[in-house]
Design a protein around this ligand. Structure first.
Ligand code: TRP
Length: 433
């Protein structure tokens, strides 16, 4: 066991690590395709309003719970009231299930890095993707490889592992993203792509768009799984909660926007449907890269970008479970990391096979991979967030004063925390199920 709770070595390391957690496949892969499917600019507007005024509340709650209690997710809930321990476990179960599909995508990324690196670029990516993902050995092997690469960092500890990984990978990530975005806006379809992103068509507005936008906002900020509680528990005493929350939101949103600025001009230049969906990153984009001069170069740096984004998020998921196992079972960091890795390995193997031999194995009509994604993102995420808001708002005396202050701003946040955000989340859950 670590004797003393570790602390981020500086405020900036803390911000980089939380941004590393927040910025992931959710920004680069999920956000553009969801925006594409939901009409572009009008979705973006809804999303921005929700993230700035609604999602900031549970984000502040998780940061504050971490800072106030300085414990892992389970013990945080237990310290508030021993009866709440169960909710801590729910967070841990969810955050252990997310990697079981997220890391399968991580394995695909490794495969694409390999094909662009070795210049074995296939002619038809649609065919290539479906034949590759339905194989047995390679997807499983690469999923496990991605898991091991990620697990190395929580294994080495907060400062030597997690902090170092983020401090190196996140700046490289930002650099590659800017290069790709600049390249994209020099393409012939740039104007059309930017119009699609920034010129709202109000006739496309609908109710289900609000739900999708909220789900996306929670997922991209890593809220609802105790991850931010865990990262917040390593926070320095003088770190400001609301300011950190808005810094995180700004960075995450800027990166999601840059991802859109990188993708839509290319999409319009090559005449792909912006609503192509989940296959955008693994079929449409590589197909376009293949047509460019230096195709291997753009393909390679795009997938390295995805790799950095997903590994820093993966680290934060594993760390949440590792911290919980360490504190609850009183075991060492190393042992907790090995156990977490083993559990995830066992579940992600059948999940990686969902596109091939196990494609007929269905839970509620979905393959294991789709079921894990649906169950964690659409049900557990809003549910856990609701519980966190209700507990923080109603069960901890004067919580809002400690977090938001007693000013007018604080009072507004208190009303949002106690009433408005829970009502919206209940609405999302009921409609979602
Ligand atoms: N936010 C990450 C992304 O956008 C995903 C993620 C990391 C996450 N940790 C999480 C989502 C914890 C929910 C809970 O890809």
């Amino acid at each position: 066991m670590e004797d003393k709770r570790p602390e981020w070595s500086s405020h900036i390391s803390f911000i980089i690590a939380t941004v590393g957690s927040a910025v992931g496949l959710g920004n680069i892969w999920r956000f553009p395709y969801i925006m594409g499917k939901n009409g572009g600019a009008i979705f973006l507007l809804t999303y921005l309003l929700l993230i700035a005024f609604i999602c900031v509340i549970p984000l502040c709650c998780e940061l504050a719970l971490g800072k106030l209690y300085k414990k892992d997710a389970i013990n945080t809930f237990k310290s508030i009231n021993p009866k709440f321990k169960f909710f801590g476990w729910l967070c841990i179960i969810t955050v252990t299930l997310i990697p079981c599909f997220y890391f399968v995508v991580g394995g695909w990324i490794l495969n694409y890095i390999w094909i662009f690196l070795s210049s074995k670029i296939p002619d038809n990516f649609t065919q290539y993707f479906s034949s590759f993902s339905s194989q047995i050995f390679i997807p499983v092997l690469l999923t496990l490889l991605f898991l091991l690469m990620t697990a190395m960092f929580p294994y080495r500890g907060v400062n030597k592992g997690i902090e170092k990984a983020n401090n190196i990978m996140m700046p490289l990530f930002a650099l590659i993203l800017v290069i790709l975005a600049i390249f994209a806006i020099t393409q012939p379809g740039a104007k059309e792509g930017l119009f699609f992103m920034f010129k709202p068509d109000f006739s496309q507005f609908n109710k289900s768009m609000i739900l999708t936008a909220l789900g996306q906002a929670l997922f991209t900020l890593s809220i609802g799984m105790g991850t931010i509680i865990t990262y917040g528990s390593y926070m320095k005493e003088d770190t400001k909660i609301v300011k950190s929350a808005y810094t995180l939101i700004c960075c995450d949103t800027i990166i999601a926007l840059l991802a859109g600025i990188m993708i839509f001009p290319i999409v319009f230049s090559f005449g792909v449907e912006p609503s192509a969906g989940a296959s955008l990153a693994f079929i449409s984009l590589p197909e376009m890269f293949a047509k460019l001069p230096f195709s291997w170069f753009f393909g390679l740096i795009f997938f390295i970008l995805l790799f950095f984004a997903s590994i820093t998020s993966g680290i934060s998921m594993l760390e949440t479970t590792v911290a919980a196992f360490m504190d609850n079972f009183k075991i060492s960091r190393k042992k907790a990391s090995v156990i977490t890795t083993a559990i995830i390995a066992v579940i992600s193997i059948p999940s990686a096979l969902s596109f091939g031999v196990l494609s007929n194995f269905k839970i509620l009509g979905k393959t294991l991979f789709d079921f894990l994604d649906y169950f964690t993102s659409n049900i557990m995420l809003p549910f856990n967030t609701l519980i966190i808001c209700l507990i923080a708002g109603w069960c901890i005396p004067d919580f809002w004063k400690k977090v938001f202050g007693e000013s007018f701003f604080g009072r507004v946040c208190n009303i949002l925390l106690k009433f408005i955000v829970p009502i919206i989340l209940i609405f999302v859950l009921v409609t979602g199920i």
